[in-house]
Write a protein that binds this ligand. Structure first.
Ligand code: WQD
Length: 341
């Protein structure tokens, strides 16, 4: 039987990390997982076991802690790749707590790269973000678009991380940076999904918690933007489609002949949907009312952004399979599962 390739996954108990671990198992990899549970808990680890029927090695610790990372890499020698999800990801929260974001997101990448160098690990898949584009001059935005000023400290951390990757790649690293648009939805089995700690910062978990009556009503942050219905526009991508793209990206790295490499890919659907359109779509798909009110704009928000995924479609042989309706239905099924309704 073919030896399973061992890959290290940081932030593996998080929303995107956990869904990616499932797809890694499905594709015959052996994930070794790291998380410090700062923004997650063990619920999603149980979900991974329930879906895959497999157990896994798990190390609890912080990617800012070089001693912890050196211990993991000294025990896990034959890693074929490292997938780095561990980071804070809320635009709104980053405006309120910029230093926490810079220290965690930039610091943990620097620490990881230093330890990778020490242990001769050179292959990395990095979780970047469409927020690196700021408010792009033209949409759909493609990977060659220049970085505008990031609208939030979160986006700025991702711009800085991508610059760090550019500056170190010459030292023998082979790196892929995946620019996520808006990940939403949950695993179709309803065994995995988003588990925000405290009140959700992101739109879809706030919608599902409002639908579940955990929240009284949704606040739509602004309807005075220069968009057809006045609300912001985003590219909402199913989290399982996003997870599968990580397996395709590792396969791309394995095929790459050059000794050093840095490639970036947009991971989006290529379709823009507004906040109000999404709320209406949720009601259509689930037949559940979501009471909402219009509030002030949220600092740090980009007005409209959606991606051109052509490069990933071609070079990663990857396309999104799930519709926005699938994403909303799966998100609702997950919410009902965790609330016991
Ligand atoms: C979307 C829209 C809000 C909550 C996310 C990830 C980030 C990155 C990009 C991966 C905005 C509006 C939200 C609410 C609202 N992805 N909204 N009421 O800010 O686009 O960022 O995608 O790296 O990591 O967080 O997502 O869901 O917070 O907001 O009106 O209660 O929904 O103003 O226009 P965002 P979001």
């Amino acid at each position: 039987m073919m030896e399973r390739k061992k890959v290290l996954v940081t932030g593996a108990a998080g929303y995107i990390g956990a869904h990616t671990v499932v797809e890694l198992f499905n594709s015959g990899y052996e994930p070794v997982m790291i998380d410090n549970f700062s923004k997650s808990d063990k619920t999603l680890l149980s979900g991974i076991r329930a879906i895959t029927g497999k157990d896994f090695k798990f190390y609890e610790g912080d990617c800012n802690d070089n001693i912890f990372l050196e211990n993991v890499l000294s025990q896990e020698r034959e890693l074929s790749c490292i997938l780095h999800f561990a980071a804070f990801k809320s635009v709104g929260e980053s405006v309120a707590q910029p230093l926490m974001y810079y220290k965690n997101n930039v610091g943990s990448l620097i620490t990881l790269l230093e330890v990778m160098k020490k242990f001769n690990q050179n292959k990395l898949i990095f979780s970047s973000s469409c927020t690196v584009y700021g408010q792009p001059d033209s949409i759909p935005v493609n990977e060659s678009a220049p970085f505008k000023r990031a609208e939030s400290p979160y986006g700025a951390t991702k711009q800085m991380c991508e610059r760090i990757l550019e500056d170190v790649v010459g030292n023998g690293f082979k790196i892929i940076s995946l620019r996520y648009f808006n990940p939403i939805g949950a695993h179709p089995s309803a065994q995995l999904g988003e588990l925000p700690v405290g009140a959700p910062n992101n739109l879809v978990p706030y919608i599902t918690q409002t639908a579940a009556k955990v929240r009284n009503k949704l606040t739509v942050f602004g309807n005075d933007y220069n968009t057809p219905d006045g609300s912001c526009i985003r590219d909402f991508i199913h989290v399982v489609d996003l997870a599968v793209a990580h397996v395709r990206a590792m396969e791309f790295l394995d095929r790459a002949q050059s000794p050093t490499l840095l490639e970036t890919f947009n991971l989006g659907t290529g379709v823009g949907v507004s906040v109000l359109e999404l709320v209406n779509e949720f009601k259509k798909v689930t037949n559940v009312e979501v009471p909402f009110t219009i509030g002030p704009r949220r600092p740090g928000d980009v007005e409209k952004v959606y991606g051109d995924p052509t490069k990933a479609n071609k070079l990663l042989d990857w396309k999104t399979k799930y519709s926005i309706q699938d994403s909303l239905l799966h998100a609702w099924q997950w919410e009902k599962k965790i609330r016991g309704i």
